[in-house]
Design a binder for this molecule. Structure first.
Ligand code: FES
Length: 128
């Protein structure tokens, strides 16, 4: 009896681990193709009904919300250089690697999202 219970418990644990792996994988959604961007460029994308900006810097990709936390400005219309993007409305700057607000008038970070590349597809995991 105990052996059957132990086997059933192990099976449930394996199933839970498998489901967790599948869930984590499915959190990443396709946002663009690597051919859509070149080094130093940015592009607007919609992922899971959310407007985000994808950036390529060297071989790395980054993703932040298309929203300035100062007053809701559209960051994708702003100038971008290196790891910074400047809001076109009042000049707030954000770090594209983490969404950190770098200067006034923005005092709150904008959301950043995890990015990975699978083959030619750029995948984004939307944070809350
Ligand atoms: S809305 Fe972006 S700096 Fe004011």
């Amino acid at each position: 009896m105990h052996v059957r219970l132990l086997k059933r418990t192990i099976l449930i644990l394996k199933i839970n681990r498998y489901l967790k792996e599948i869930t984590n994988m499915s959190d990443f959604l396709p946002a663009a193709q690597t051919s859509d961007l070149k080094d130093g460029e940015k592009m607007l994308a919609e992922v899971d009904d959310r407007l985000v900006i994808l950036f390529q810097v060297g071989a790395d990709y980054f993703c932040i919300d298309d929203v300035c936390t100062h007053d809701g400005g559209t960051l994708s219309d702003g100038e971008h250089a290196g790891f910074e993007i400047t809001c076109p409305r009042h000049g707030a700057k954000f770090d594209i690697r983490c969404g950190k607000a770098m200067c006034m008038p923005a005092t709150q970070d904008t959301a950043s999202h995890e990015v990975k590349v699978d083959g030619d597809t750029i995948l984004v995991k939307i944070s809350q």
